[in-house]
Design a protein around this ligand. Structure first.
Ligand code: SF4
Length: 345
């Protein structure tokens, strides 16, 4: 363990500070390494909305079920979306009623499946931030090159920059997700700094998290907004230009609805005009759907750092990883699943 960073953190005796770990992987790592337990009382960690499955609206699951049940599409997806509740059922429930569901490990697997099964309408559920979007972009590019016309994306992709702006004031500083910054680079974080939003790009080992927290403590003592990179072994200053070029070639910014946050202009990504033949909403005429989450679920408040999962009345009682009521308990990156695993309260 980085004892120098730990000394800086434990020696902090300034005003109380709140640090938001934006990313669900950080939430789990912080619990796993017991970092909350070694922080002084005047440094509080709060969990934010950086789990892509958790911020995906209930209506998206309803759209996927519509495509499967009404249009006969084969839904291809990563496994953690399967048990996220829709308004009436989840995808596992739809499968029990006859929907065709296939778990894949990459979007390209889904495109290849479509190529090999020309008689099926194959839809990939494209959920994720900057980190995973390039893989979906590559899949549609390849499908176009191969002349595969039975493959499409149902998109709920999001980008973090606008969300940071909406979250301004929720915390004194952010632990920025290293894998997102590996794509987007430091430029956007410097823009945020100039708007008064502070944070440090952070890796996922105990030492990397402690180092980032120590930097936050030191910078807050100086009293100036900051944007620092504590994960330089992975995050280059200009990020990954090739991945961003791939995104720019295939997708365009759009308004996106975030569970718990609401609608944020320009915070989503959808396929652009050149690739609209791969946009499942357009191909199959999906009607607009306004999903209704379970009324008991407080995922929105959890995602905004307003409450801890223990404060949700159904946490650990009715809502468990075996029987999740909300997305935050389903996803392997979800805040409620992290608390259920490490801190039942
Ligand atoms: S404990 Fe379950 S119901 Fe409550 S906020 Fe978390 S996911 Fe939603």
């Amino acid at each position: 363990m980085d004892t120098r960073a730990l000394d800086i953190i434990r020696g902090y005796n300034g005003r109380p500070i709140r640090v938001m770990e934006v990313c669900g992987t950080h939430t789990h790592a912080i619990f796993k390494f017991g970092i909350r337990n070694i922080l002084p009382d005047n440094i509080k960690l709060i969990s934010g909305p950086g789990c892509p499955v958790c911020v995906t609206e209930t209506g998206f699951i309803d759209e996927a079920i519509y495509l499967a049940m009404e249009k006969g599409a084969t839904i291809t997806t990563f496994g953690d979306l399967v048990r996220v509740p829709g308004t009436e059922m989840n995808l596992a429930g739809a499968r029990a009623k006859g929907a065709k569901l296939k778990i894949v490990y990459t979007p390209l697997d889904a495109a290849l499946y479509a190529k090999d099964h020309p008689d099926e309408k194959v839809v990939f559920l494209s959920v994720g931030f900057e980190t995973t979007v390039p893989a979906a972009c590559l899949a549609v590019k390849k499908a176009k090159e191969w002349g595969v016309s039975n493959f499409s994306l149902l998109t709920a992709n999001k980008t973090m920059d606008e969300a940071y702006r909406v979250l301004k004031g929720s915390a004194d500083a952010f632990l920025y997700p290293g894998h997102v910054s590996a794509i987007s680079g430091m430029g956007i974080l410097r823009e945020l700094r100039d708007e008064g939003i502070s944070g440090v790009v952070c890796g996922f080992t105990a030492d990397e998290i402690l180092t980032a927290l120590a930097i936050i403590v030191k910078k807050i003592e100086k009293g100036e907004p900051f944007a620092e990179n504590a994960y330089p072994r992975v995050v280059a200053d200009d990020g990954a230009p090739i991945a961003r070029k791939l995104i720019a070639e295939t997708m365009q910014p759009c308004e996106a609805t975030w569970r718990g946050i609401g609608t944020i202009p320009e915070s989503g990504l959808e396929l652009n005009g050149e690739y609209e033949a791969f946009d499942a909403r357009k191909v199959y005429g999906v009607p607009e759907m306004h999903g209704q989450p379970n009324k008991a679920c407080r995922c929105g408040d959890v995602l905004m750092g307003r409450i801890k999962p223990h404060e949700c009345p159904v946490f650990g009682k009715v809502c468990t990883p075996e029987h999740p009521i909300g997305a935050c308990m389903v996803s392997s990156e979800g805040t409620c699943s992290a608390y259920y695993k490490y801190d039942l309260g």
